[in-house]
Design a protein around this ligand. Structure first.
Ligand SMILES: Cc1ncc(COP(=O)(O)O)c(C=O)c1O
Length: 410
């Protein structure tokens, strides 16, 4: 097993380090907590690193993608057409067309106009497309870190709107609704809350399917599986979830394929960020440790309520009686990770931020101030099997081109 010092001296700092052993263990844990007939879709938004996606695909995961870039990563990783679900509101016809060309035949839609757009693309391209209606149900899940439906939302069609006008969802020659999609929110507090959420979604799904009468192939129950972010807190396990789901799914006909979606549960604890203290200074009675990494590499999703309040662990230096602000190198006072660190950092010391495999780099402000992205290492059994760095570059804008295509840019 290579130490952080060895990795940083070979590959530089900062570094994101991902471990395939942990990734496989997380998938095994999640699969064991779900009914035998289910398939897990990996949500690439959590971390689109191609090597991680390939590892999950090799071990049976499908993919939930929300952009052409994510779709291509999933297809390149070997995820089959039947196992890639294209989700997200606001898909233009150009994007849907490009997605079909890139290998997607299966879309989740959030509104009636979105369904019309998929229908139109199916006709224009003379291909058969399958649709899941994303449902915004009447129930929400108290205690979730991020609520997406169950409230007024851009995500999903309100359940009562679907029930009020079933004919709007009838099959057309080349496009048919084959299932329902739920995703209520992220970071559901525990197994009991997840079980209650899924049971309520199943009841809603059965009601909608009966009313619409479509050929039911797929029920995507979404997820919200909890995992700690940027701190080493243990999260509650998923004991009892499988039994609760087996009971609730008894109401659903046997041939329906049941899907779940997960990002953070799979990759969160499989990654950590290693950064270096560049400078230590005192200002008006407070210590500041300035790192080579900040909100451009971790924690830029403040707008989504994901601004981390971390407890970074420092390798090689002890604790201090005084409070230290741990800040990044960006020219903004917003670039801070903690204002109450109990650390005694020295220049050159390494800081490790655990559980940052999900919503780390690509959920951050990587282009702000134009600093380099951290290197990304993938380790298997402690050895480096992949070393790469994400880069972004200005390119000519092609007139009339498909501007929805953005390669490798989060
Ligand atoms: C539709 C959908 N599916 C899956 C996810 C993944 O969530 P998590 O990483 O919490 O598992 C999200 C997150 O926002 C989402 O919006």
């Amino acid at each position: 097993m290579r130490t952080h010092e060895e990795l940083a001296s070979t590959y530089g700092s900062p570094l994101y380090v991902y471990e395939l052993d942990t990734l496989r263990a997380n998938l095994a844990d999640l699969t064991a907590a779900l009914p035998a007939r289910s398939t897990v879709l990996y949500s690439l938004k959590a971390n689109p690193h191609a090597r991680l996606v390939r590892e999950l695909a090799t071990h049976g995961c499908g993919a939930e993608v929300s952009s052409l870039s994510e779709l291509r990563t999933a297809v390149d990783a070997g995820v089959g057409e039947r196992d890639v679900l294209y989700t997200g509101p606001g898909k233009s016809r150009a994007e849907i067309t490009a997605a079909v060309r890139a290998g997607s035949h299966w879309f989740s839609v959030d509104s009636a106009p979105q369904l019309d757009a998929v229908r139109a693309v199916a006709d224009d391209m003379a291909v058969g497309l399958r649709v899941l209606l994303r449902v915004n149900p009447d129930h929400s899940t108290p205690g979730s870190a991020l609520v997406m439906t169950g409230v007024a939302s851009p995500f999903g069609l309100d359940a009562d709107q679907i029930l009020a006008e079933p004919s709007a969802f009838a099959p057309t020659t080349r496009c048919q609704v084959v299932g329902l999609h739920f995703y209520l929110g992220s970071g559901v507090p525990d197994a009991a809350a997840l079980a209650a959420q899924f049971a309520a979604s199943i009841r809603t799904a059965v009601t909608i399917q009966r009313r619409l009468g479509f050929d039911w192939e797929v029920l995507d129950l979404g997820g919200g599986f909890p995992r700690s972010f940027a701190c080493s807190d243990e999260r509650p396990g998923l004991a009892g979830l499988r039994e609760a789901l087996d009971d609730a799914l008894a109401a659903v006909p046997g041939a329906v394929r049941v899907l779940f979606e997960s990002g953070r549960y799979l990759v969160g604890s499989a990654g950590h960020l290693v950064a270096t203290v560049v400078d230590v200074k005192r200002s008006k009675g407070r210590w500041f440790a300035i790192l080579d990494s900040g909100i451009n590499h971790l924690g830029g999703m403040a707008g989504l309520g994901r601004l981390p309040r971390m407890q970074p662990e420092i390798i090689g230096v002890g604790e201090s009686d005084e409070q230290v602000s741990i800040v990044g190198p960006l020219c903004t006072p917003l670039d801070w990770w903690t204002r109450s660190g109990q650390l005694r950092p020295q220049p050159g010391a390494l800081i490790v931020v655990p559980n940052t495999g999900a919503y780390g780099l690509t959920a951050s402000l990587v282009a702000f101030l134009g600093r380099d992205c951290p290197g990304e290492l993938v380790l298997d059994h402690g050895e480096v099997v992949d070393a790469s760095v994400l880069s972004y570059a200005r390119q000519p804008l092609v007139p009339e081109g498909l501007s929805t295509t953005v390669e490798e840019t989060p």
